[in-house]
Write a protein that binds this ligand. Structure first.
Ligand SMILES: Cc1cc2nc3c(=O)[nH]c(=O)nc-3n(C[C@H](O)[C@H](O)[C@H](O)COP(=O)(O)O)c2cc1C
Length: 220
């Protein structure tokens, strides 16, 4: 359960923090994660909320999807420590989160970014029931038959995990013919598709719309 704590470390010092409610003993909450360090905190009030914990997991060959991941983290108020490069992370790390935000660029001809191969092998066999997954990806619209197809690959390979997919996103204003991320008959793509190569100017607005969907889900 996520809790928001209003309290003080010293007299007259006011802080806000979030953490796991582990042991509450007469006004002292132990082992609260506050920024990068752990501390005890004198609790003034606790607001137990239903905020779901979000983790971002990305694969990125040249840094574009990594950069977008950091932007998403800022918009969702996610700590850097909850943003994971799948090339350097064990699949079991997804266990710590309620909402998994998964990002991949597309390479080759509609393929996953390389770092995703092992990580996806690891998570597609997990039981992820009760978790939610939001997908995003970076691609190039001029590769018109495979635009952001890797996002569709993530979707298809994770559909047996029991997780619920959230935040599909429309493709109005996009210019591509085919993508595994948007089946022809579907009204929306399975997640957010970005083109930082040709249309970086459209990214802020798209990110704003899509992260709002995730925030709505976080408190639902
Ligand atoms: C050799 C090559 C193949 C690519 N293939 C695709 C593709 O099939 N579909 C697509 O949408 N983008 C494709 N791209 C574009 C990349 O996905 C895009 O540059 C992306 O922003 C890279 O993100 P990253 O740095 O996070 O890996 C390709 C780029 C290169 C250089």
């Amino acid at each position: 359960m996520a809790v928001k704590i209003y309290g003080s470390l010293e007299i007259n010092e006011y802080v806000e923090a979030e953490g796991a409610l582990s042991e509450y003993d007469g006004g002292i909450l132990w082992n609260l994660a506050l920024g990068d360090w752990r501390t005890n905190i004198y609790v003034i009030s606790i607001n137990v909320s239903n905020m779901k914990k979000i983790g971002i997991f990305y694969g990125s060959a040249t840094g574009t999807t990594q950069n977008v991941s950091m932007r998403i983290a800022k918009m969702l108020n996610i700590a850097d420590s909850d943003v994971h490069d799948v090339g350097k992370t064990l699949p079991s790390a997804v266990g710590g989160y309620d909402i998994l935000v998964l990002g991949t660029s597309t390479w080759g001809s509609g393929e996953l970014e390389d770092d995703w191969f092992d990580f996806l092998d690891g998570i597609e066999v997990l039981d992820l029931r009760g978790k939610e997954i939001a997908l995003f990806g970076c691609g190039d619209e001029t590769m018109s038959d495979t635009f952001c197809s890797a996002v569709g690959i993530l979707h298809d390979r994770l559909s047996g995990t029991g997780a619920m997919f959230i935040a599909p996103y429309d493709t109005i204003g996009y210019d591509f013919d085919e993508s595994l991320a948007k089946p022809a008959e579907a009204e929306a793509a399975v997640g957010l598709l970005l083109d930082e190569v040709n249309h970086p100017e459209l990214t802020p607005q798209r990110l704003a719309g899509w992260t709002k969907l995730i925030m709505d889900s976080q408190t639902a």
